[in-house]
Design a protein around this ligand. Structure first.
Ligand code: FO1
Length: 448
């Protein structure tokens, strides 16, 4: 039988000697789920091998860049479910309201080893690096949130989907495989730890409360799986023909769940493949190729959160057109409040404010128009990321960084040169009218 956790998913973070500890500690961070989680199953394997229990730790911080009530509310709904499901599996989950490095180091004193899930962005990668100076037990990082591990897919930043696609496709047979749920030999439920009550913590967090949660009871793995099931049964077949139409409801809505690691991309891909038929290839192109291109971008490009990430041709052309006259110029506040002259743009902005999600096609138009209607490309770039990170439920996700960068030429090619955009691809309102019933979209958003 093929090993269901290929060794390329595991990376030792240090070379400390094994210690006699009371438990294996899994610091859950990126992969906030109790199933289809290679880091968790690896921790259980290790606990069973060493004849000790597994304890899961999550460290809650309130200084996540631009995160606010909307994000924490969704994340905490998921974490409550993780706690319950882990308990059913015989595993104690400890949640602490504390910065992670000290918090993990403290609990690791009694552990024989520490397992962590793999992060991709600087803030969370920095946590792992700092932690290594403090640990004196062996530690292993496990990659569970990408189908093909990021460094296996490519060892460098890729130019575009066309360059990463063959590299990923040739490895799918190895990595797109089911993950077995292990039995826990030694439950950890009778170990006692200081921990916080997840039902009471939200009001204690020092966060921006001005952005409302989008709805009650939508976060978590169960909800993700229900929505996925609905998508597979009712929408997948229409996906190739209507996924680009914002007036229709054709999407899987998996992105917030993927962002917080509440569902596994491997689980999603296997379920979609199991259903088969029309729509599978187009959906997997987005879920695997496009998403993993975005992870490749943030992982290898340290400038992914600013305009310096662009390819040379795009930077040059935008620079050459920097002084071009703009017919409209809006401030960040006007954009944020959806007060432009363009009803389509304003509708997209409102959709994001209200639902925490903007339709993918409108996201492109939205970003392009900010480039056109800002004093400078750099200002447009900053505003687009600011709004994305503040209002999208999956703000701060690699997909968001790559999406904004694409509007400015990343992962794209040079087009016919024109005002302001230079050779960066242009989009206009007539294109929206030609492609679908944009008025229906505006009405749909107005009714929100
Ligand atoms: N990770 C943590 O380990 N602790 C947190 O308190 C936390 C808050 C948070 C808020 C918004 C957000 O978008 C992400 C947040 N994360 C937190 C990170 C998250 O666990 C993942 O690492 C990212 O979602 C990966 O993209």
């Amino acid at each position: 039988m093929k090993q269901d956790i290929p060794e390329e998913r595991l990376k030792p973070l240090n070379d400390e000697d094994p210690k006699d500890g009371d438990f294996v500690l899994y610091w859950m961070q990126r992969a906030q789920r109790a199933e289809y989680n290679h880091a968790l199953e690896h921790a259980i394997d290790r606990g069973n091998e060493l004849d000790i229990p597994v304890v899961v730790l999550f460290c809650l911080v309130d200084n996540f860049k631009n995160a606010n009530l909307r994000h924490y509310h969704f994340m905490l709904e998921g974490l409550r479910e993780v706690e319950t499901v882990l308990r059913e599996r015989g595993i104690e989950m400890v949640v602490r309201y504390s910065e992670p490095v000290g918090c993990v180091a403290e609990l690791s004193d009694e552990a024989s080893e520490v397992i962590v899930d793999k992060p991709y962005l600087p803030q969370t990668r920095g946590w792992r690096t700092e932690l290594m100076d403090k640990l004196d037990v062996p530690s292993v990082e496990v990659e569970t949130d990408l189908v093909v591990p990021v460094e296996e897919a490519s060892s460098k930043e890729e130019y575009a989907a066309r360059t990463i696609r063959p590299k990923i496709n040739k490895q799918l047979e190895k990595y797109l495989i089911p993950l077995k749920e292990r039995e826990v030999k030694h439950p950890s439920l009778d170990l006692s730890f200081d921990k916080i009550d997840l039902d009471k913590i939200l009001s204690r967090l020092d966060i921006d409360n001005s952005v409302e949660p989008v709805a009650q009871g939508i976060g978590g793995t169960e909800n993700a799986k229900k929505q996925l099931q609905y998508f597979i049964e009712n929408k997948l077949i229409d996906y190739p023909d209507c996924s680009n139409d914002p007036s229709k409801d054709c999407l899987s809505n998996m992105s917030p769940y993927l962002h917080f690691g509440q569902i596994s991309p491997i689980y999603i891909a296997l379920k979609v493949k199991e259903k088969g038929g029309y729509g599978v290839d187009e959906y997997l192109e987005q879920l695997i190729i496009r998403r993993e291109l975005a992870f490749n971008f943030v992982y290898y490009n340290s400038e992914h959160d600013n305009i310096n990430c662009l390819p040379e041709w795009a930077s040059e052309t935008l620079e050459q057109h920097m002084e071009d006259e703009r017919e409209y110029v809006y401030s960040r506040k006007e954009f944020e409040e959806g007060k432009t002259h363009d009803d389509y743009w304003n509708a997209a902005q409102k959709e994001m404010l209200k639902t925490g999600k903007m339709h993918g096609y409108m996201r492109m138009y939205w970003g392009k128009k900010m480039l056109e209607w800002s004093e400078r490309p750099e200002e447009a770039y900053k505003t687009a990321l600011y709004l994305n990170n503040k209002y999208e439920l999956d703000g701060r996700d690699p997909n968001g960084y790559a999406g904004v960068a694409w509007c400015f030429g990343k992962h794209d090619q040079a087009w016919k040169e024109r005002n302001i955009y230079g050779k960066v691809r242009y989009m206009n309102a007539n294109g929206l009218k030609r492609k679908f019933d944009i008025e229906e979209y505006v009405e749909k958003v107005a009714a929100l």
